[in-house]
Design a protein around this ligand. Structure first.
Ligand SMILES: [Cu+2]
Length: 163
């Protein structure tokens, strides 16, 4: 049992270090050693007024490179804010698109970490990053409703578990 725990800890440390080392190498124009895993997240839903993250829970692995595709299919502005996650990743860039999926065009590319991501109806972003610290991080939406409450106060909550 102790050997298993030590092996697990050694792996976790390796994953954290390789994730951290991997980032600067990429920033210098090197090629990724890892395949990118694409994860989809929607802010709200088509044809309904419910303010929810779909899905509301994500599970990611340290050391893995991800492309988190966040799109807003609803009719109102939503945010994806997760300061804990932002602090727990090496961030390559955030690509901003004028739509979602096939036919959409890139209109901006932001290098580094996004403090907060606000997406207008129909738009999407693709955030590429590598988690470097395990933990559980909340996702919130600070957009205000008609009564002045945030969407998150009204139940729009989510979380990211990084293993
Ligand atoms: Cu919202």
């Amino acid at each position: 049992m102790i050997i298993r725990i030590v092996a697990f800890l050694a792996f976790a440390v390796f994953a954290a270090i390789s994730g951290a080392a991997f980032g600067p190498a990429l920033a210098g124009g090197g090629k990724a050693n890892h395949k990118i895993v694409t994860v989809q997240l929607a802010l709200g839903k088509d044809g309904d007024e419910k303010r929810l993250f779909h899905p509301s829970a994500l599970t990611l692995q340290t050391g893995q490179r991800y492309r988190l595709v966040i799109h807003n299919p609803s009719l109102e502005v939503h945010e994806f804010d997760s300061p804990g996650l932002v602090d727990a990743v090496w961030s390559s860039h955030v690509r901003v698109l004028d739509g979602y999926g096939r036919g959409s065009q890139t209109v901006a590319n932001i290098v580094g970490k996004p403090a907060e991501i606000e997406i207008f109806p129909g738009g999407s972003v693709e955030w590429e990053f590598v988690p470097v610290a395990a933990g559980r991080y909340e996702i919130i939406c600070d957009t205000l409703d008609q009564s002045g409450k945030t969407h998150t106060a009204g139940g729009m909550t989510g979380s990211v578990l990084v293993k």
